[in-house]
Design a protein around this ligand. Sequence first.
Ligand SMILES: C[S@@+](CC[C@H](N)C(=O)[O-])C[C@H]1O[C@@H](n2cnc3c(N)ncnc32)[C@H](O)[C@@H]1O
Length: 470
Amino acid sequence: MGVVMPDTRIADTQAILTETKAKQSSGSLAIVGTGIQALGHLTREAEGHIRHADVVFHCIRDPLMLADLHALNPNVIDLTTLYGADKRRSLTYVQMAEVMVAEVRSGRRVTGVFYGHPGFYVAPARLALTTAKAEGYDTCLLPGVSSLDYLFADLRVDPSQSGYQAMEATDFLLRNRPLVTSGHVVLMQVGPVGDLFRPVTDNLERRAILFERLIEIYGENHPCVDYVGATRPGQKPVLRRLKLGAYRDPANLKRLSKASTLYIPPKDSLDNDMAMAERLGISAMVGKPLPVPAAESAPITLVPSTPPVMSNAYFKAMQQIALDPDAAQSFRADPVRYVTSFGALNADEQRWLAAFAKPATPVKVVAAVEEVQDQNVSTEDVQDQNVSTEDVQDQNVSTEDVQDQNVSTEDVQDQNVSTEDVQDQNVSTEDVQDQNVSTEDVQDQNVSVEDVQDQNVSVEDVQDQNVSAE
Ligand SMILES: C[S@@+](CC[C@H](N)C(=O)[O-])C[C@H]1O[C@@H](n2cnc3c(N)ncnc32)[C@H](O)[C@@H]1O
């Protein structure tokens, strides 16, 4: 699987890792995701955290994902057994969080595994992270492939075109949240809309209320896609395109599943604000669609990619840091000692490492961190208004995490070392213009949503294989 196994570590590195482990007296919590598709979506770093955990908790039902998990670590505990008939999901979540944190308190390195992106609509993971962090334990939340990422790929929706909103279906109805109909809209948890209990039932009346609200906003002829990404390798996604009005038919409401995500393409397009274009100095290009140049309109010279000049030591060290949490900790404790234990570095690598290891004192960063904290204060206000939906409440808990992350000024400082890299990324003004030119693509995308209809392989079974943790 591309993982550097411990027996390939050279002696010095091994000694450092042993030292690091010996110093780890207190527990830690890593929350990782499997992605949506079993086997294909698990990231290498998530795999590393599963492999190296003392105990792994999971909330996974897909047999392939489970097989993968058990192959990586034999010490696995199933959290799904905590769900119960007629048991409120919020109680189950508190219990899931509690059993994970209890292991952390006993000094163990715990990894919690959830499907998709583990920070995206995963209340128990948030709760466990918040609690463990508040009690002073090391925590981390690793990104994974979410259903939203998958949807962008399968429906070929580019959120850079007209923007997007993603929200939870019950929350949308309860707070009467305004939809931006000029952008892409994604509604999560449409199958179990209004359902706070487990097991999730097929409540067609509640689903009908959701669609009536959408019809009020978009009209009954506007298209939408019931999307379920494939959970098995080789399987096709479910892309069921219907007009919103078709959901007045209970048979269509019934076909929605707990894994359904509803995609609604833009309805309106917005005119350019020419005064703003003027201020930005791009009025000559805005509002007059430029023809997309043909590829042959300029000579093309293809140059084979040149491998970067990189020492074997540097590559091996970085690879191991990415895949092994012990290695990452050893590196953070003493970057120079850890990396050079792999062998000699070239001059560029030595400079990078020296800059990385140097304590940073960027005044600007402190200001920026404070700004973010101020924003968080206002997020709390918003949370106070959030009275109901359990998921929303659970998500509210997680604002504390954000604040905690802000405290980690060191991390931000570390990022500052790579300001040059960021600057390189900033050369994207042209890209922005390209995006402006391609506003027409939005329409193309709308058209392609219809195409999606043709691909509608109604693999309804796929829906039922999808996992829970709502
Ligand atoms: C509790 S949320 C969990 C989201 C998950 N953590 C993620 O990263 O996508 C459950 C919702 O995710 C969406 N979802 C889950 N599995 C899906 C799939 N295979 N395809 C599309 N959407 C899915 C549905 O909207 C479902 O109601």
